[in-house]
Design a protein around this ligand. Sequence first.
Ligand code: ZN
Length: 278
Amino acid sequence: MPFRCTPPPKDPVRTLAHAPWKLAVPAFQVSPRTWYVSGQSWVGAYLIDTGDGCILLDTAIPESLYLLVDAVQQTGHKMSDIKMILLSHAHFDHIGGAAALHEITGAPLYMSREDAKFLAECPGETLVLDADSHVQELTVDRFYDDDTPVCLGDIAIRTLLTPGHTIGCTSFFWQEKNPVTGETYNVAMHGGVGANTMNDKYYATSACLTPDLRDRFFADAPKVSAIPVDIALPSHPNQIEILDKAGTYTHQSQPYLDSTVWADFIKERVRQVRALME
Ligand SMILES: [Zn+2]
């Protein structure tokens, strides 16, 4: 599967707020232990079965929460299986469902210290970004420590601060074993790459984000893209097209296994941010 990005859905927040079923996507498996469970086609959320409960990566928005709950159940898991909720960055489209999901599951909410501060100091640039989404305030329970993986069952998720899109944007790296072939895959989800917050127009009105974040994004890109990743998962499914193969996963076929995708994806995102500087 060579790297390919596609346009996002049109008016996603408005559509999800008023007719979420129009963007509904049933749960689908992407790797031996992981399912796409946001329930919708705009923002991703992933459920990782650790063998001793599940980890949820990101929560999408409250308007599509029922689709996420339904998607988790479609995977054969229960909401009460979720023991940790890891948030990639403090934008409403990834954390909007967090407060409710914390209530439903009792699972602690994780975020970087940097983005928890961004969230507290700049609600207008994090939680309240779109009048159509009624995001609930949340309390961050635990911060990431990039030197100490987040562990549950036999999954250890290494976090990496990858600033740029936000101050504390965090990417996730872990390993999964194919139960049929015995192969081990490096799986990753980048925390956020949107050029919408990495341009001069945004910086001119932002109270919190500054152009040095873009410099840091460029400076870190070679290091981040050099990390070996066999299965690259996008935080928005159009950023690395994955919906086109939804439902085709088997342990034997591994439709998302391609160790070239991650580096090509980072390269493309750098290109997009640079294009806005010209
Ligand atoms: Zn974002």
